[in-house]
Ligand binder design. Sequence first.
Ligand SMILES: O=C(O)C(=O)C[C@]1(C(=O)O)C=C[C@@H](O)C=C1
Length: 290
Amino acid sequence: MTKVAIQGIEGSFHAEAVSKFFPEREIELLMCDSFEKVTNQVGAGKADFGVLAIENSIAGSILPNYNLIDTGDFEIYDEVYLNIQMYLMALESESIIDIFEVHSHPVALLQCRDYLKRFPPQFKVIEGKDTASEAKRIRENNLKGVAAIAGKQVAEMYHLKILDSHIQDIKENQTRFVLFGMKGSNLNSKTTNKATIKFVLGSEVGSLSEALQVLADHKINLTKIQSLPIVGRPWKYAFFVDVIFKKPDDFFDAMDALQDKVKELKLVGTYTSNKENVPSKLTNVISNGE
Ligand SMILES: O=C(O)C(=O)C[C@]1(C(=O)O)C=C[C@@H](O)C=C1
């Protein structure tokens, strides 16, 4: 059975992302209590794949996860975007005026900052594990006066009552997740039209604009550029760039040309852009490859 490491338990958004990546496949979830443990499981060969949230449209980039993928020297195989709607939930006996404490994943709490400001100052907001674990704990320990912020599926799964709905700051809320594994999997499907690359520049004037010009010259469209501090080299940065393209050849030509313009260049992964949020087609590729 395919083993996939995630941060969180059943019902968490990471678990939902796994079912989008593998809609028809039986999966063993390796449930970890930190993002770092997810990459450790994959690095040690205990999991075939890992799934990490990389960016949320309200809370922004989850920078430590960029770092984990980079330092583990993993390859990104695929992406999915989940529509994230947050709910406040508690034991059946509770109503919203009974709540004095709310728990959730830190990134989930960030998405509900405006909502949480409405509660009185003595109201406690506590960063916990993933959304689903926090909710499960309320049920298992019969915690009165305590609520969790999580997805609707969590309330159903752990029999909690929804006290408030769609509580994230902005209704339109999405998280982008990536599926990653060891390098050299050869899992690329024919529909490849997106890539993540990393480069480090020299300190010459215009080095970033020259690198970007190479991409433009090869008809490569940037969808995201993220700079990340290089640990151990204060005030030096690496750039993580997501690009989309029509023809994979254009992209690989651009990579060749870029090699001469930058100090370090790494291909983190090529995959299929999945903004439409459809179940991944990668499952077929894996099945055929086995
Ligand atoms: O706690 C969860 O359910 C998660 O999957 C974590 C996580 C995250 O890390 O961003 C996933 C998606 C949402 O954006 C909020 C939290």
